[in-house]
Design a protein around this ligand. Structure first.
Ligand code: NOJ
Length: 576
């Protein structure tokens, strides 16, 4: 993966669509595939190369499509296979590649395989899933599923527990069984043959369960006495994981010029390097979570919120930048359907600084090395919602957590709601804001989840008409990667690692150098000349200020400013 041999997805930008919330074409309040097709020009104008489409397969929707009951059928609420084909043709016409969501750590419990598997221990599909005998009449381990409650559910017909790392309606598949792997490879071929260009792979690093290889099934370490314990660490990057991934590469991926991204909770840099190594690895890149965990208390899970300390974010992202350079490839993301909106999280969503801080965050991320991901609405600077009661929320993770926290753990509802406002997944799932019309123009019916009140002024129609909007800033950033190869293959170097408010870094490919300066605060930040490379003769590449005002005499960054420069000369060694 050198500068001479770039893969097409390395200078691409990916746009994620969460179909339920994107655009409703038939007034039933639920986004659908014809709705996506109708909005493809929005993506074309933005300039993205790839769409990652969250699941559109048949599903009982326990987890909004991440519980699949038929991998080769389209969910009725979203449309038909003919609608899918038309959407794909529309993307192809516009030069946009399609990446599907591959959810094969688990299926729905309504998938035919599981319906059969649970009927008897002798059923040929029984071994498609993961079963354990009760221990002392109880679940075999203390593991908590990601959606609260035990990760094991009892199945009366066979007298066994089955594993589900998520809801009981999402039983984990048994990847030790070669038939399961063959099924997965076949369904991947099915979608590739239709013309899709790749897959985002849901929690893919959980597929190899360690105890199925070595026979030992341990309890998870106790984080909080008297409760079930988080269990991803017990399962992730298991002993046969890389073997399975290389097999998938050989059996499927090597047959296509594909883009792949593996969602990899708890992944370390070393693991990511193994997975994405250009020769020995298997996938183009992974979604790592380290930077997304920095505003929660270590080990206590996502709901135990704490303020971000910027030097932690810089240290983390910089380690990923340096460690994967030439050895793998990074995905770059702030947002997706599971994360709160970044402008509300690390920026300032108040009217004074919403646009400027949204542009700053975009600039900081997009000028790093990796493939950037834009989640629907991020390009408009959409923010979080703060609804007054749990009844407004739909997300299974949020609702289950609220029930357990308030009913079993005695937490005050207002404290739990505060965490939900900061971290809940519905923040990302409010309808896409297309216009100032009712429900943001998302639907003519009653939306499945309420639109954000601010759709009256934050919407795509307004953003496209305003040359200084967040949308046009994203458009410029996406175009910059195509114009300046240094942004794609240049080395990354962090400056001012300890500065509490400024994120500054260099990109350098030996010929061109780019300096990126981002102020993560609402105060003006003054920097000493000696802290930065010489900016004399440099050319401004992009900024979120109307007039780029930097000069040696001022040396100041305005509140939430982001500015990037092409340097004319190689900087003298930076000293402090
Ligand atoms: C990760 C997905 O991004 C999330 O939305 C889903 O709930 C879980 N995996 C389970 O599939």
């Amino acid at each position: 993966m050198t500068s001479h041999k770039l893969a097409w997805w390395q200078n691409s930008t990916v746009y994620q669509i969460y179909p339920r919330s994107f655009c409703d074409s038939n007034g039933d309040g639920i986004g659908d595939i014809p709705g996506i097709t109708a909005k493809l020009d929005h993506l074309k104008t933005l300039g993205v190369d790839v769409v990652w489409l969250s699941p559109v397969y048949q599903s009982p929707n326990d987890d909004n499509g991440y519980d699949i009951s038929d991998y080769r059928a389209i969910m009725g609420e979203f449309g038909t296979m003919a609608d899918f084909d038309a959407m794909l043709a529309g993307m192809t016409e516009r030069g946009i590649a399609l990446m599907m969501d591959l959810v094969v750590n688990h299926t729905s419990d309504e998938h035919e395989w599981f319906k059969q598997a649970r009927t008897s221990r002798d059923n040929p599909y029984h071994d498609y899933y993961i079963w354990q005998e009760p221990i002392d009449g109880r679940a075999p381990t203390n593991w908590e599923s990601a959606f609260s409650g035990s990760a094991w559910s009892f199945n009366e017909a066979t007298g066994e527990y089955y594993l589900h790392m998520f809801s009981p309606k999402q039983p984990d598949l048994n990847w030790e069984n070669p038939k399961v792997r063959a099924e997965v490879y076949e369904l991947m071929h099915f979608w590739f043959k239709k013309g899709v260009r790749g897959f985002r792979m849901d929690v893919i690093n959980l597929i190899s369960k360690p105890w199925l290889a070595d026979g030992r099934l341990p309890n998870a370490p106790v984080v909080q006495d008297g409760f079930l314990q988080p269990a991803f660490e017990m399962v992730k990057h298991g002993p046969r994981f890389m073997e399975f991934m290389r097999e998938m590469r050989r059996e499927v991926l090597d047959h296509y010029d594909s883009i792949t991204v593996g969602e990899a909770p708890c992944a370390t840099v070393q693991e990511a390097r193994e997975i994405t190594h250009p020769e020995a690895g298997a996938l183009s890149m992974v979604f790592q979570f380290e930077h997304m965990d920095l505003d929660c208390q270590p080990g206590k899970g996502k709901w135990a919120i704490k303020p971000l300390h910027l030097p932690d974010l810089k240290a983390s992202l910089s380690r990923w930048q340096s460690s994967l350079h030439g050895q793998g490839w990074n995905s770059l993301y702030w947002n997706n359907h599971d994360q709160p909106r970044i402008v509300s999280r690390f920026g300032d969503d108040s009217p004074a600084y919403r646009e400027r801080s949204a542009k700053m965050l975009a600039t900081c991320l997009h000028l790093m090395q990796g493939t950037p991901y834009v989640y629907q609405g991020e390009e408009l600077g959409m923010g979080n919602v703060a609804w007054p009661g749990i009844e407004h929320y739909q997300d299974i993770e949020t609702r289950n957590m609220y029930r357990v926290a308030t009913q079993e753990r005695g937490q005050a509802p207002e404290d739990v709601l505060r965490s939900i406002h900061a971290k809940g997944r519905d923040n990302a799932r409010t309808p896409m804001q297309w216009s100032a019309a009712l429900h943001g123009g998302f639907t003519t019916g009653q939306p499945w989840l309420a639109a954000h009140d601010n759709h009256t002024h934050i919407n795509a129609e307004a953003a496209l008409a305003d040359p200084n909007s967040v949308f046009h800033h994203y458009r410029q950033l996406i175009a910059l990667r195509k114009q300046h190869p240094v942004l794609v293959h240049g080395r990354y170097e962090l400056l001012l690692p300890d500065h509490s408010h400024v994120f500054a870094y260099l990109r350098d490919d030996g010929v061109h150098r780019v300096l990126v300066l981002c102020n993560f605060s609402g105060q003006t930040q003054s920097l000493r000349c000696s802290q930065l490379p010489d900016l004399k003769g440099s050319i401004a590449l992009i900024s979120n200020l109307p007039d780029l005002t930097w000069s040696d005499s001022q040396n100041q960054l305005q509140p939430w400013e982001a500015s990037a420069y092409c340097l004319a000369t190689w900087p003298a060694p930076v000293e402090d």
